[in-house]
Design a protein around this ligand. Structure first.
Ligand SMILES: Nc1ncnc2c1ncn2[C@@H]1O[C@H](COP(=O)(O)OP(=O)(O)OP(=O)(O)O)[C@@H](O)[C@H]1O
Ligand SMILES: [Mg+2]
Length: 250
């Protein structure tokens, strides 16, 4: 469905991504996981069409999009800082992108997304009056009404914690399933990646350290970096992971 082939990118003289190849199936949730500065946002922006790559190809449903503009690709992103308009209320933010896209999404459908994300009580509030989780849901609704062919999320959970984090996580999962929407999520938190995604791409300094299902990564980490980055950070969260993978995670 989405194929990345041999993507490379450098800024100035510094290699940021080197020879990234990846195959993502329709409807899958894929996490891009790695430490700060490893190239996750850059890869997401290249897929979106916001950043240029020096080498490689992006194939989407057998069509080569490598030189196709961001607008024509029809993907959509939720930025880490939400990028909502503070002078508009929640509802105005949600439908903002539809102004020049008459007929793309009916008011009835907009209301469905609003209900799905439980935003009804907040529609007339200004962005500044919303909590982090509410802003995140507005940002998700604003993106979903544009009916993206691919949903890209840059650290959607990092500003949230506790119950709110779990509830947004569950929503992202059900959006991907309900709308059969292929979703790529950037995160630096191994637990988040393991509990949220069908597949995980672990990036280390612009290289692929491993690409596989959470189970494969837990059971067969392919090198020391994966072992240390994933398992090291997980020691403190053993219990959660144990609940997911049982005796395989010892
Ligand atoms: N516009 C830019 N100009 C120059 N260098 C850049 C630019 N954008 C990113 N970089 C560099 O590219 C590397 C990868 O950055 P990127 O933002 O993709 O990392 P990341 O994995 O998303 O990190 P984080 O977890 O901190 O968000 C970093 O070394 C960064 O300094
Ligand atoms: Mg980033």
């Amino acid at each position: 469905m989405l194929k990345l082939q041999n993507i490379s990118k450098h800024y100035d003289n510094k290699v940021v991504l080197e020879d990234i190849s990846l195959d993502i199936q329709a409807g899958e949730i894929v996490s891009l996981l790695g430490p700060s500065g490893s190239g996750k946002t850059t890869l997401l922006n290249i897929i979106l069409g916001l950043a240029k790559m020096e080498q490689g190809q992006i194939i989407f449903n057998d069509q080569d999009l490598s030189n196709v503009s961001m607008k024509k690709r029809g993907f959509n992103i939720v930025f880490q800082d939400y990028a909502l308009f503070p002078n508009l209320n929640a509802y105005e933010n949600i439908v903002y992108g539809l102004k020049n896209k008459k007929g793309l999404t009916s008011e009835h459908e907009v209301q469905e997304y609003i209900e799905f994300l439980e935003l009804k009580p907040h529609l007339t509030k200004k962005i500044g009056a919303l909590s982090g989780g509410q802003k995140q849901r507005v940002a998700l609704a604003r993106t979903l009404v544009m009916k993206p062919k691919l949903l890209l999320l840059d650290e959607p959970l990092s500003a949230l914690d506790g119950i709110i984090k779990e509830s947004i996580k569950a929503r992202i999962k059900s959006i991907a399933r309900e709308y059969k929407l292929t979703t790529i999520i950037v995160t630096h938190d191994p637990e988040e990646a393991l509990t949220l995604s069908d597949k995980i791409l672990i990036i280390n300094q612009g290289h692929i350290a491993q690409f596989g299902t959470p189970q494969e990564i837990i059971q067969q980490p392919s090198n020391d970096f994966v072992k240390e980055f994933i398992l090291g950070q997980l020691q403190v969260k053993r219990e959660n992971i144990y609940n997911l993978f049982g005796e395989h995670y010892a």
